[in-house]
Ligand binder design. Structure first.
Ligand SMILES: *Cc1c(COP(=O)(O)O)cnc(C)c1O
Length: 239
């Protein structure tokens, strides 16, 4: 194995151990939690190594970086998740490679995603990104819609051609009532998911938890954790 492959294999094994331990502690089955490796800022060569090591889900947050990387890895059996704030002028590009867009947070984005998905003849999974720190504007600083905006977006996605409503996503808030209370934040997301599934029973994904708080996410009931740093290392630049 190359040095990088050995390093990534070791990191993946540690993350795998953490997820397994968190599942055991929560009385959950390991298969209930899917690992998504966030490869932002890292090269396509790392994505290729991760695929060789058995990773099947990767995530990116900037289309400029993600589009060429996904193209370079088009031969690999990977599902690509888009997790960044998404401008409508990037939607056509993102729909070209993303299997799931986790950051849907406004009606205009739903319209744009639907139009481009139909145009491309693709079905794109969508998660409503929930901002648990949303201010009076009803929006979070890092994207996301306040909890009372979920239903409208979910219904729009549910009716939009080319789109599939898969569930909810959040990032642990740095401000507001949930600051420093990651598990409480993730429990709130799981409660919101329970409400959502009354009208949309297939929307079962709950994407929460990153390198620092994946245990809290698993304990709260997340179905997907998004882990970057703990697998790939500290990012060379802000991403
Ligand atoms: C970068 C990022 C992650 C991964 O964060 P780490 O702390 O590196 O594990 C997860 N989710 C989103 C939305 C991100 O942008």
């Amino acid at each position: 194995m190359t040095d990088r492959k050995t390093e990534l294999a070791g990191n993946l094994a540690k993350v795998e151990e953490r997820i397994t331990a968190a599942c055991v502690a929560a009385g959950r089955k390991r298969e209930e939690v899917t690992l998504i490796v966030v490869t932002k800022t890292y090269p396509a060569s790392d994505v290729r190594i991760l695929s060789e090591l058995g990773v099947r889900h990767v995530a990116e947050n900037r289309d400029q970086d993600a589009a060429p990387k996904a193209a370079a890895c088009a031969d690999l059996p990977l599902k690509w998740h888009f997790v960044g704030q998404l401008q409508t002028n990037k939607v056509r590009s993102v729909v070209g490679y993303a299997d799931v867009v986790q950051s849907v947070d406004r009606p205009r984005l739903v319209t744009a995603l639907s139009k481009e998905a139909v145009r491309a003849g693709r079905e794109v999974g969508c998660l409503v990104q929930v901002a648990l720190d949303a201010g009076a504007s009803g929006r979070g600083e890092r994207g996301g819609v306040a909890p009372d905006g979920i239903e409208e977006l979910a219904d729009l996605i549910g009716e939009a051609p080319g789109l599939r409503l898969d569930g909810l996503m959040t990032v642990a808030p740095l401000t507001g009532e949930y600051a420093g209370r990651e598990q409480a934040a993730f429990e709130r997301l799981v409660d919101l998911s329970t409400d959502l599934r009354r009208a949309h029973p297939a929307a079962t994904m709950v994407s929460a938890g990153m390198s620092a708080d994946l245990e809290q996410a698993v304990a709260a009931g997340a179905t997907h954790v998004r882990v970057g740093t703990a697998v790939l290392g500290v990012r060379p630049r802000l991403g």
